[in-house]
Write a new protein. Structure first.
Length: 135
């Protein structure tokens, strides 16, 4: 919503509407794929998908999309926000994905990582050394 409200307030990125929206659609599709693959990986091992209760995790997922990123569902939302910014095609709207990354890292991912480190110990620590937080 904030990105939409910001769009008319700043300079616009000149772009062909068809190309712009096609690129935005690709970004959104990539985001949806990351989200679905992350969700399916959690479902396959019957562990919680609730990001507010990481202490309930019963399995550490380190395969599939989790070999590319430790946070595919957050990456998925980032791609969707990037797609929305491209669609809106105003420079200011790109602040949305940046603010999202900063916020979600500080207030969700870092606390999750502390808890997962306690729950899974050295196995989780080794995983964090192999796979990036984002991409």
């Amino acid at each position: 919503m904030v990105m939409w409200l910001l769009a008319p307030t700043g300079p616009v990125i000149p772009a062909d509407d068809t190309l712009r929206d096609a690129f935005a659609g690709v970004l959104v599709a990539i985001g949806i794929c990351f989200d679905i693959l992350g969700l399916l990986a959690f479902r396959a091992v019957h562990t919680t998908i609730n990001p507010l209760r990481p202490e309930r995790a019963t399995a550490l997922v380190v395969t599939g999309v989790y070999t590319l990123t430790r946070n595919p569902m957050y990456v998925g939302l980032l791609f969707m926000l990037l797609g929305w910014a491209v669609h809106l095609s105003a420079w200011l709207t790109f602040a949305g994905p940046v603010i999202y990354m900063i916020y979600i890292t500080r207030f969700q991912i870092i606390p999750e990582e502390r808890i997962l480190g306690r729950v899974f110990g050295e196995r989780y620590t080794q995983y964090t050394r192999r796979v990036r937080r984002w991409l």
